[in-house]
Design a protein. Sequence first.
Length: 213
Amino acid sequence: MTALYDNDDQRQQAYRDERQERWSLEDALIEPIARLICSIIASSVGKPVTYEKYAESLIAPFLAEYPDQSVPDTIRGAPDLLLNIGRERKYVELKIKKHRFRKTVYGTKNIKPYGCESHYLDINPVYTNILKHAQAYGIAYRDIILLYAVNQNASITMSKQLRANEWEFECISLEYLKSNVDVGRYQTYGQGYGQTTWLIRCDDMQHLQEIFR
């Protein structure tokens, strides 16, 4: 099989480009997706569901007050959204993806097979900072949900009026994720990208209607 990249420098640059694209997608689509998932959850639970841009509500005031300081990890780890589901509050860390990681289905020389696709999550700073935020702000791990929004045609130029059938939403609570990490259920992956990630099994994920009941 022909190598996708000639060397590690090319592989790292490709990863940085992909990561920048993901950030651009999240900036452009966070609110349209928030509105869409609120609508889906509301239809499922029969309660009104609203959202707030939670991380922004903490980061912006800090930067305004301390413009010359770095945002501390306990704030950087704040999930993107706060969902108000009736009287219940859930926090959502949103990851927008064009595709799942397929190499875990059958495995490769350096990747053990899961028998299913996976999603990757950066260990540092994302995973560790979410834990720090939860601990510092007294948020139960079960109330933080990592939500992967998958759409192979996702684009910052796509319509902001999103349709539910364009997306697949796959979720895992921080509590369940951490319990699996702690027992070694997930392997790590780096492959020259300079960023080590957890490979989270897709068969550990739940749909919106299952995790938000």
